[in-house]
Design a protein around this ligand. Structure first.
Ligand SMILES: [Zn+2]
Length: 358
């Protein structure tokens, strides 16, 4: 496959560019003379990275293989060529056999405690002391990541029910150490502020949602280089969650509403503190697959410039999540118009995976 035009590249903390004609192979790109007839012309990026998606979870729980295929094809059509699967209850190993499908780095199954996450999705631990052993099992089953549910509503508290951490700090420390010993990393679902300090003490690598993070925590997270996926589409639903909590769970409802109301301020605060943000849709369950364009629109509404957005969502996230250098493996997306220039960023005009047009 020959691409001709402007290749958007690593420019050193931002997008750079190279112009010319390139042969795209499964090993990467090779510059060629201008004489060859190109298959596609325009502007190329190394594909978007969805740092938080769930292939195998649909609106009604675990998905069939046909549904999984539709989910990952929707991601591909939106220009997502690499995904960190942040927890899936089903075996999606078949995807790795298909060269026309995006690349996945799996985090195994979510690890939670009974009744402390969405039903039928996680491995539920009756005894929290089993966390280090289970985390090591999921690290061995995944592709370099493990996903813990860090907090969830504790309905056993009745009308006082609120978000509450699932794990003691000591257990978290042992679990993170067990995962790191295997060369894998730990991502944790954390809505509540009080969940985060223990996660930092335990040395986790990534915090998902972070909807309760305060400014001191943000500075600490930035200093430690911990990744955060702010999942703006998902946090947009918090007002609905608050309403659903109703009179039965008023404390929880108030908390969700407050985090919803503070969402713009918090996102700006995280950016100002220098938190290393990655972009994730949380597709599967509440969000449709293939919605990265909607997540982009949310980031732009928060004032993130288009060039920075493209850089974070492609080149920087590939490095942060272990997908390698830009264009390594021969993956790219092509836009006929310059994607650095607003208006709305639609789906790419062409997708190339492992050197082949899809
Ligand atoms: Zn999720």
């Amino acid at each position: 496959m020959i691409f001709s035009g402007t290749l958007l590249t690593e420019g050193g903390d931002g997008l750079g560019e190279e112009r010319g004609a390139f042969r795209v192979t499964p090993k990467g790109l090779v510059r060629v003379g201008e004489g060859l007839e190109p298959d596609r012309v325009g502007f190329a990026l190394p594909g978007f990275v969805d740092s938080h998606a769930h292939i195998g979870i649909g609106s009604s729980g675990p998905s069939t293989r046909e549904e999984q295929e539709a989910q990952i094809l929707a991601q591909r059509a939106a220009g997502v060529l690499a995904m960190r699967d942040c927890g899936s209850p089903v075996d999606t190993g078949w995807i790795d056999e298909r060269p026309d499908l995006p690349r996945l780095k799996r985090a195994g199954r979510h690890i939670a405690r009974p009744k402390r996450y969405m039903r039928s999705l996680p491995v539920d631990l009756d005894d929290p002391h089993d966390l280090p052993a289970e985390a090591a099992r999921q690290a061995a089953a995944g592709d370099g990541w493990v996903k813990l549910v860090g907090d969830w509503i504790d309905r056993s508290m009745g009308a006082d029910a609120d978000l509450a951490p699932l794990w003691d700090r000591r257990i978290l420390i042992d679990a993170v150490a067990a995962v790191h010993d295997l060369g894998a990393k730990v991502a944790v679902h954390a809505f509540a502020r009080e969940t985060i300090d223990d996660l930092l003490e335990a040395g986790v690598d990534d915090i998902e949602h972070a909807s309760g993070m305060d400014e001191d925590q943000a500075h600490e997270i930035a200093a430690r280089g911990v990744l955060v996926t702010p999942t703006l589409l998902q946090i947009e639903l918090f007002a609905d969650f608050a309403e659903q909590a109703g009179p039965k769970y008023p404390v929880y409802g108030r908390r969700m509403l407050r985090m919803f109301e503070e969402r713009h301020e918090r996102f700006a605060m995280m950016r100002d503190a220098g938190v290393r943000l990655v972009m994730g849709t949380d597709s599967g369950g509440y969000q449709e697959h293939g919605t990265i364009g909607a997540e982009f629109a949310m980031w732009e509404a928060e004032g993130v410039p288009r060039e920075e957005l493209l850089y974070i969502a492609s080149i920087r996230s590939r490095a942060d999540l272990g997908f390698g250098a830009p264009y390594e493996g021969g993956d790219l997306i092509v836009f006929a118009e310059d994607p650095r220039t607003p208006p709305v960023l639609g789906a790419p005009d062409a997708v190339v995976l492992r050197g082949e047009l899809c």
